[in-house]
Design a protein. Structure first.
Length: 286
C-alpha cells in the first residue's frame, strides 16, 4: 500500500457528530451554533481522514488533486460538501484527496507534502498552511495526533523561521504546489501603509524615519533597533512576518484571504469562502 504512514489511527472508520470546537460547549457563538441550518457529521475513511476511500492505483493517485492542511481543510463546523477540497472537486470535475488534521502544525503539513511528493508525485497539490506558532512535539515515537500540541516556548522569530523552512522545503519538493495562508495567519498589517504606521508608533528619534520595505532591510537595521523591536509589542515579529509574507504574495508564491462566512463553530469558514478558495486554486492549477 502506498503512503503507509499517512494515516490517523484513532479516526479510522469513525463517524462523529461533533469534533473539536464544533460542539455546543466549545463553540464561539452558541446562538449561531444552534441556528446553523446544515446537518454535519464527521465520517473518516480507512486511513482516518475526512474523505472518501482513496483510489488504489498509482496512476489514479497521480491524477488526483491533493489537498493538505489543518482544520480549515478538514472543514470543522461544515458539512463535508462545504469544504474547500470538496468544492475544488466540484469546480474541476476532478477527484481530490483530503489529507488534513485539525490542530496540525506546519511541520506535519510539510511532512505530509514530503511523503506525497516522494511516493506519488501528483500533478496537482494544494497546501493550506496553518498559524506560524503551530509547532509539534519533537518525539517522533508519538502518533501524529499526539504530536499536535506543544507548549509555546519558541520565540515569534523562531516560529516564523520554522514556517519558512516548512514552506521552502515543500516548494522545492513539489514545485507544482499551490500555497494558501489560512485566515489570520498573516498580520493584519500586511499592507505597507499599516507597517509604516506601526513603525512610526514605536520608533525612537534616532531610528530611520521610514519602515524597512523588505525582510533584508529589517535584518540590516542596527542591533540596538532590532533589540528594541523585540520588546515593543512584538513589533519585530509582526513587521518581519508581514514583510516576508508580502514578498511571497508579490512573487505569487502564496495566496492569502479573509473569511466571508462562518461555519457552525463560529471560527472556521463555510461554503462561501470555501468556494472562493477552490476557485483561486483551480485558476492556479490551470
Amino acid at each position: 500500500m502506498l503512503l503507509t504512514d499517512v494515516r490517523l489511527p484513532s479516526r479510522i472508520g469513525q463517524q462523529w457528530q461533533y469534533s473539536g470546537i464544533d460542539c455546543l460547549e466549545r463553540c464561539n457563538d452558541k446562538k449561531h451554533f444552534a441556528s446553523y441550518p446544515h446537518a454535519i457529521d464527521y465520517t473518516y475513511n480507512s486511513r482516518g481522514f475526512r474523505d472518501a476511500e482513496w483510489p488504489q492505483s498509482l496512476t489514479e493517485l497521480e491524477n488526483c488533486i491533493w489537498c493538505v492542511g489543518d482544520s480549515f481543510t478538514v472543514g470543522i463546523g461544515s458539512p463535508h460538501s462545504h469544504t474547500w477540497p470538496s468544492r475544488l472537486s466540484h469546480i474541476t470535475s476532478s477527484r481530490t484527496i483530503n489529507v488534513s488534521l485539525d490542530g496540525a502544525s506546519n511541520n506535519w503539513i510539510a511532512r505530509m507534502c514530503e511523503r506525497i511528493a516522494q511516493e506519488i508525485n501528483p500533478k496537482r497539490l494544494v497546501v493550506m498552511w496553518t498559524y506560524t506558532e503551530r509547532r509539534e512535539l519533537p518525539d517522533s515515537s508519538l502518533t501524529d495526533e499526539q504530536r499536535r500540541y506543544q507548549d509555546v516556548t519558541a520565540t515569534a522569530e523562531e516560529n516564523l523561521q520554522n514556517f519558512w523552512l516548512c514552506h521552502q522545503k515543500t516548494a522545492a519538493l513539489a514545485p507544482q504546489a499551490v500555497h494558501f495562508c489560512i485566515p489570520y495567519f498573516h498580520s493584519t498589517w500586511i499592507r505597507k501603509q499599516e507597517i509604516q504606521k506601526r513603525w512610526q508608533n514605536v520608533r525612537d528619534p534616532t531610528w530611520p524615519m521610514a519602515a524597512p520595505d523588505c525582510v533584508q532591510a529589517l535584518e540590516d537595521l542596527p542591533q540596538h533597533i532590532r533589540d528594541e523591536l523585540h520588546h515593543l509589542h512584538h513589533c519585530y515579529h509582526s513587521i518581519k512576518e508581514s514583510l516576508y509574507l508580502q514578498q511571497l504574495l508579490q512573487n505569487k508564491k502564496i495566496t492569502t484571504f479573509e473569511p466571508w462566512d462562518l461555519a457552525r463553530d463560529g471560527h472556521h469558514f463555510d461554503i462561501v469562502t470555501a468556494d472562493w478558495v477552490a476557485q483561486q486554486a483551480a485558476c492556479c492549477l490551470g
